[in-house]
Design a protein around this ligand. Structure first.
Ligand code: FES
Length: 116
């Protein structure tokens, strides 16, 4: 049975079979998730966020995922290369760290400009 995966913030959607990893689903949807270990739960670069209402549909964390993420699992963080979909789920791709730093800097400058 196919299930729909929605990636935020882009809103891109894809239908995949149950058991597909979120990383595979993202690639099929054309959503970029950085990786260095190509799905071996080693690089931790493929982290995504899943809200509590969707958590059950991302399947239980693997042993490797539990070891690598520890308490981050409780915050809704999952390794997209390990999480296998069980049902329709909404996944948030965290903002790239460099882009986030640039965005914060621009916001700070805009705020400073308003003061003058
Ligand atoms: S791709 Fe490296 S930990 Fe998931």
């Amino acid at each position: 049975m196919n299930v729909q995966i929605t990636f935020k913030p882009s809103g891109k959607r894809v239908r995949v079979g149950q058991g597909t990893t979120l990383l595979q689903a993202a690639r099929r949807a054309g959503v970029f998730i950085p990786t260095r270990c190509d799905g071996k739960a080693a690089c931790l670069m493929c982290k995504v966020h899943i809200s509590p209402e969707w958590a059950a549909f991302a399947g239980p964390p693997s042993d490797a995922e539990q070891r690598k993420l520890g308490s981050l699992l409780g915050e809704g963080i999952r390794l997209s290369c390990q999480a296998r979909v069980k049902g329709a789920v909404e996944v948030t791709i965290p903002e790239d760290r460099l882009k986030a730093a640039i965005r914060r800097q621009l916001e700070r400058q805009a705020s400073d400009d308003e003061l003058w």
